[in-house]
Design a protein around this ligand. Structure first.
Ligand code: ME8
Length: 514
């Protein structure tokens, strides 16, 4: 049986249109899902929308719409985003669905049965934009006496009856859990922040609200709706069919990887494992926090007025160049500025000139001088063997890098081979061999075809559409495109389709090519 792999994105608030920041985490999770499938896993890839809470209720009111109508509309746009980005998600969950309400209420009952929930009274600061509670000591006091959360958003004073989760009793157990599971949280900077937050001592967490209605009712006390983060985090469990242990996807629990943005690690790495452990359920194996995509150094956000529209980018530059750029440009885990100019440089440089030309040059020679059929291997020279060994090492190098979500490192390892192959074709000059030694020319072209196949195979998770076209041109059968299939060479004399460039150069109509 194939090993299982369960990977998730955050579920996005439906308080505004999707932007390139959402696309960033989505593409990263999709790369992980696709790579694991390629590497022989049975994958469950989940994404969706977070539809309850005060923030969404407020956005609906501002739009002058009934909450449910409003969330239907925006959730559909996040679903469209998955199509735009070519995501391979297996499910799209909405927290307003019946399956989710049932699952949240069951988790609540289990946590309550474990003695971790009690009824009290909350009095303190709340930031609707973050859907988070803050302590007085975390806030900045403004000259007019108002207070600002560490994230820069306003807070308001909340005073109401509330159920609490006994988070204050979980510090030791959480610290022991982090200690025993060193891979639970990455990158290391985020890990250190979370650990120091837990070490600092924690207050009990308010997990219900009474001052508004847009949420999941607390079991046996309909005056309360659940705190939106209790509701939201539970989506991961719902999607496996919880509480039905015989559900088709029950065996995917616990998640192998939650991909999140760094601002929501406290929820995923502190509250979430505590809720689950309290309910007797296993916590996720790993949470990876991506950094922020910024515009002129400022975090891009729905309410910041600096959001970049992914639809416009795909229309202008194409999907695969965008996916590649998102994973290539900014070291994954760190913050980085989004710049269209840098995207064009990567597209015209690495994709069109380096990889695209390599394929086009090699395959045109095959078309012209080998009757469009896959040439046979000859006796390998040292130069051939060195390049082939580099290509053969790629699956392992990618497995290692992506095992740590080092997306840029995986692509850098791949590009070392692209560059080595370009140097090889220049050194071997098969266009000259065509006139002097056709047997050697054929052998060189076969080496290049095999190297290109390895490159296109490992790059499929990043650029699925373009790499499928490249594998078509290389005569690789659709059922021969997994990592393990690299052991089966394309049969000699396979008829290849006419080559055509996979990555056209981008020419800016106003400025000429960058
Ligand atoms: O936080 N750079 O939803 P959300 C990088 N509903 N990533 C970004 C980004 C940026 N500028 N902007 C957004 C929520 N993201 C909750 C999650 S999960 C149980 C509930 C990505 O709509 C990043 O993954 O505010 C971030 O964590 C997420 O979108 C926040 O989306």
């Amino acid at each position: 049986m194939k090993p299982k792999f369960f990977v998730t994105t955050p579920i996005y608030y439906v308080n505004g249109a999707p932007h390139i920041g959402h696309a960033y985490t989505n593409v990263a999770a999709d790369v992980m899902a696709r790579f694991k499938r390629l590497d022989g896993h049975h994958v469950f890839f989940l994404t969706g929308t977070d539809e309850h809470g005060q923030k969404v209720e407020k956005a609906a009111a501002e739009a002058g719409m009934a909450a449910l109508t409003y969330v239907d509309g925006i959730s559909a746009r996040f679903r469209d985003l998955t199509t735009l980005l070519g995501l391979s998600n297996d499910d799209f969950i909405r927290t307003t669905e019946a399956r989710h309400i049932r699952s949240c209420q069951e988790l609540w009952r289990r946590v309550a049965a474990a003695g971790d929930i009690y009824l009290g009274h909350y009095e303190g600061w709340y930031a609707v934009r973050d859907e988070a509670f803050y302590g007085e000591d975390e806030l900045r006091v403004m000259p007019d006496g108002s207070r600002i959360a560490p994230t820069g958003v306003p807070v308001e004073w909340v005073r109401e009856p509330s159920y609490f989760f006994k988070l204050s009793e979980w510090s030791e157990r959480l610290l022991a859990f982090y200690e025993e599971h060193p891979d639970f949280l990455a990158p290391v900077s985020t890990r250190n922040e979370v650990i120091s937050f837990v070490k600092g001592g924690m207050h009990d967490l308010s997990v219900s609200r009474t001052s508004f209605k847009w949420g999941i009712p607390v079991p046996d006390d309909a005056a309360h709706v659940m705190y939106v983060w209790f509701d939201a985090l539970t989506n991961y469990l719902t999607a496996t069919g919880f509480p039905d242990e015989r559900a088709e996807r029950a065996g995917f629990w616990p998640p192998d990887l939650h991909m999140v943005g760094k601002e929501i690690t406290r929820f995923h790495c502190v509250y979430w494992p505590a809720f689950l452990l309290s309910a007797g359920l296993r916590p996720p194996k790993r949470v990876f926090a991506n950094g922020w995509m910024t515009v002129d150094g400022q975090k891009m956000g729905k309410s910041m007025g600096n959001a970049i529209d992914p639809w416009a980018l795909v229309a202008r530059y194409g999907l695969d160049p965008l996916r590649f750029f998102l994973m290539r440009e900014i070291p994954f885990g760190q913050d980085g500025d989004f710049s269209p100019r840098a995207l064009v440089q990567r597209l015209n440089g690495e994709l069109a000139n380096e990889l695209g030309n390599l394929a086009q040059r090699s395959l045109s020679l095959v078309a012209r001088h080998c009757e469009g059929r896959m040439p046979s291997r000859g006796a390998a020279t040292e130069d051939d063997a060195t390049l082939l060994a580099l290509a053969e090492a790629l699956p392992l190098r990618l497995r290692t890098a992506l095992g740590r979500q080092a997306m840029g490192e995986a692509l850098e390892a791949t590009w070392q081979v692209v560059r080595a192959a370009n140097a090889y074709i220049d050194r071997q000059a098969p266009w000259t061999l065509a006139k002097t030694d056709r047997a050697r020319m054929a052998a060189v072209l076969r080496v290049l075809a095999d190297v290109l196949r390895a490159l296109a195979t490992v790059l499929q998770p990043f650029m699925p559409g373009s790499m499928a076209r490249m594998l078509d041109q290389l005569g690789v059968a659709p059922d021969q495109r997994d990592l393990a299939d690299l052991a089966n060479p394309v049969p000699d004399a396979t008829v290849l389709p006419a080559p055509s460039p996979v990555f056209p150069r981008f020419v800016d109509e106003d400025r000429g090519a960058d």
